[in-house]
Design a protein around this ligand. Structure first.
Ligand code: BDP
Length: 323
């Protein structure tokens, strides 16, 4: 009996370390390089998750888009091939069409306007739509103000877009916007844009200043039109499947870490935009300021009308525009 007990004890002690270390590792997708505000915020998120869950969860961030480009990652998350990701609403909205309204050009004036909505009641509606589509929002990140830039042409006014080939994200609203400007949209993966600008496959692209700098577009497209045509959010999301496997208290921990990481990101972002602007000017980027929004907004008429005709998006637009 004694021998029996002691061997049972031995077996239990042997099992203890592995029980204590039982850890679920989650794969997180990120397109940006190390040091970029999104990457830093995701790392902070991963650390907080590990701390708050007492090490039961570990988030491994795969940066630089090594797991695939963004439209593919949006699908991978839904299929359970990755668990978490930070997506731009452009490609993400393709999987949750009820959120496309957030990607319309000339909608949000700036980040403050955008987050006032997203952190409030309206934001909850979009969180619900994304959840139904398979994406649980843990935090709204800043997608910045996007501008057009070209390799060999300085755009100065709405009429200058005619005939240009412009890279856009895989996003219906972005493609439509470029068509309405009289140009040809070319939806290419982010990582291919620099080469496409260099080889002349496209004339222009559009993005925010930190991406323009960090993705190397700055070296090949030195004429920027400061259009701020799109100010749209990005989101840190976890798959609904992974979410449903978690206990309520772990969900709370993930939410807390997600919200904190969004605040971190938004802070880091402001400084990074300024730094990118200074660097671009030093490296010879020429900036043309958009003096009058009117002509470009007027060209967006049919796109905006489409969203005003639908009663649901009309209500959302009224809420956004009236604040
Ligand atoms: C960057 C976004 C990134 C997008 C990229 C793009 O942060 O998520 O993949 O633009 O244009 O600003 O594809």
């Amino acid at each position: 009996m004694k021998r029996h007990l002691s061997s049972l004890l031995l077996a239990l002690t042997a099992a203890l370390p592995s029980l204590a270390c039982a850890q679920t590792e989650l794969r997180a997708w990120n397109i940006h390089p190390d040091g970029y505000p999104v990457s830093q915020a995701m790392e902070a998120f991963a650390q907080n998750v590990e701390r708050l869950t007492g090490g039961r969860y570990k988030v491994k961030v795969h940066s630089n888009g090594v797991l695939g480009d963004q439209p593919k990652a949006v699908q991978m998350l839904k299929q359970g091939d990755i668990d978490l990701a930070e997506f731009s609403l452009g490609p993400l909205a393709e999987a949750a069409p009820g959120t496309k309204v957030l990607t319309l050009p000339f909608l949000f004036r700036d980040a403050e306007h955008m987050f006032r909505q997203l952190d409030g009641k309206l934001g909850e509606q979009f969180v619900t739509k994304l959840k139904t589509a398979g994406y649980v929002v843990l935090g709204w990140y800043d997608g910045g103000a996007r501008h057009f830039y070209c390799a060999n042409k300085q755009i100065r006014q709405a009429g200058d877009f005619q005939g240009l080939r412009i890279r856009v994200q895989q996003s219906e609203t972005a493609m439509e916007m470029v068509k309405l400007l009289g140009a040809t949209p070319v939806a290419l993966p982010y990582k291919e844009v620099q080469d496409a600008l260099r080889s002349g496959r496209i004339d222009c692209a559009e993005n925010n200043l930190p991406s323009y700098e960090s993705a190397g577009h700055m070296g090949v497209a030195k004429h920027m039109y400061l259009s701020s045509h799109t100010v749209s959010p990005e989101a840190l999301v976890i798959s609904t499947a992974a979410w449903e496997r978690m206990s309520d208290s772990d969900r709370n921990h993930f939410m807390t870490a997600g919200k904190q990481s969004a605040q971190t990101m938004r802070q880091l972002w402001k400084a990074r935009v300024e730094q990118a602007r200074v660097n671009a000017a030093k490296q010879g980027t020429e900036f043309a300021v958009m003096r009058d929004y009117g002509p470009m907004v007027a060209k967006m008429r049919s796109l905006h009308d489409k969203y005003f005709q639908d009663p649901v998006t009309r209500q959302e637009l009224f809420t956004i525009l009236s604040q």
